[in-house]
Design a binder for this molecule. Structure first.
Ligand SMILES: C[S@@+](CC[C@H](N)C(=O)[O-])C[C@H]1O[C@@H](n2cnc3c(N)ncnc32)[C@H](O)[C@@H]1O
Length: 286
């Protein structure tokens, strides 16, 4: 038991320094306080000299034990923040990365019209961030989110319900798709890490995030080729396809699209890494 919340904070952050740097440890402590006590930073300051009960000490210790073993805070609290909203997450879905917001913003900037005839499909939706953000920002569009994982679709449905987004959810395997519609926009952040690279990745990611979302058996372009094949048949002539890519493979994905006779624009993210690709048909050459 701690004499005060300030003493609890110091001990908690100190233990976290085994896994995180000081800034990350402070941020994580604030997240835990928000979820466990419902306090924001100002409320913490107001209450920091209060004594901490045994019950609360026990709850913080349980969270700390999981954090020290490398479990991401988002899976412990069950929530992550993305584009100003709270999204539910669990170990069946990838924790959304900030770069994906840049991809979504690119689509929204390109297609500012909120036209009821527009339809968009996201392939590999995970927690649902991409189709949900499109549906919330363009409420007249018909937006579809797909994933091969039923557990991920459950999370995506929950997020759509919590945030009031109208999205059609479909269980689809992009390696063997079974859809007949055509779409103005196709978007995908597919798995792309060759399984052989797992040993060089952070244990936090490899031990906790879903392998179905991260890894491909050996070809990092496998899903990009499948989505391109899907686009060949299902993208409207004046539509566009958007990919999120790993910085190491973005040029290879671009090359694949060029070889298939499409036109590409590769963009860098805020870290100046090539991460986003827009692909359109070359009219008359298909
Ligand atoms: C890199 S995650 C992206 C998740 C989410 N769109 C995001 O940006 O945070 C890739 C997603 O593709 C899904 N996936 C894996 N194999 C698939 C397949 N064969 N067909 C459709 N989706 C698949 C995974 O379940 C995972 O949710």
């Amino acid at each position: 038991m701690y004499s005060s919340f300030e003493a609890l904070r110091k001990a908690f952050v100190n233990h976290l320094l085994a896994v995180y740097d000081q800034r990350e440890a402070n941020t994580i402590f604030k997240e835990v306080v928000a979820v466990e006590l419902g306090w924001d930073a100002a409320q913490f300051v107001l209450n920091k000299h209060e004594a901490v009960s045994e019950h609360i000490t026990h709850r913080f210790k349980k969270v700390l034990d999981r954090l020290v073993l490398g479990e991401p805070i988002q899976y412990i609290t069950g929530v992550t923040h993305f584009m100003g909203k709270d999204y539910v997450v669990n170990p069946y879905v990838l924790i959304p990365r900030p770069e994906t917001a840049e991809l979504i913003q690119w689509v929204l900037d390109d297609w500012s019209m909120n036209n009821a005839s527009m339809s968009a499909i996201d392939i590999g939706s995970g927690s649902g961030i991409i189709p949900i953000e499109l549906a919330l920002n363009r409420p007249r569009w018909t937006v579809t989110g797909t994933d091969v994982s039923e557990e991920a679709l459950d999370v995506a449905r929950k997020n759509a319900l919590n945030l009031g987004a109208k999205v059609h959810w479909l269980n689809q395997d992009i390696l063997n798709p079974c859809l007949s519609d055509r779409y103005r926009i196709i978007i995908s952040n597919p798995p792309y890490i060759p399984r052989a690279e797992a040993g060089r990745m952070s244990a936090q990611v490899v031990n906790h995030e879903p392998h179905l979302a991260l890894f491909v058996d050996d070809d990092p372009l496998q899903f990009y080729a499948a989505v391109m094949q899907f686009a060949k048949e299902h993208l409207e002539d004046d539509g566009a396809l958007y990919f999120e890519c790993h910085e190491d493979y973005a040029h290879d994905v671009e090359q694949l699209c060029l070889e298939m006779g499409w036109r590409t624009d590769l963009r860098t993210d805020l870290q100046d890494k090539p991460r986003m690709l827009r692909v359109v048909r070359v009219t008359g050459e298909e």
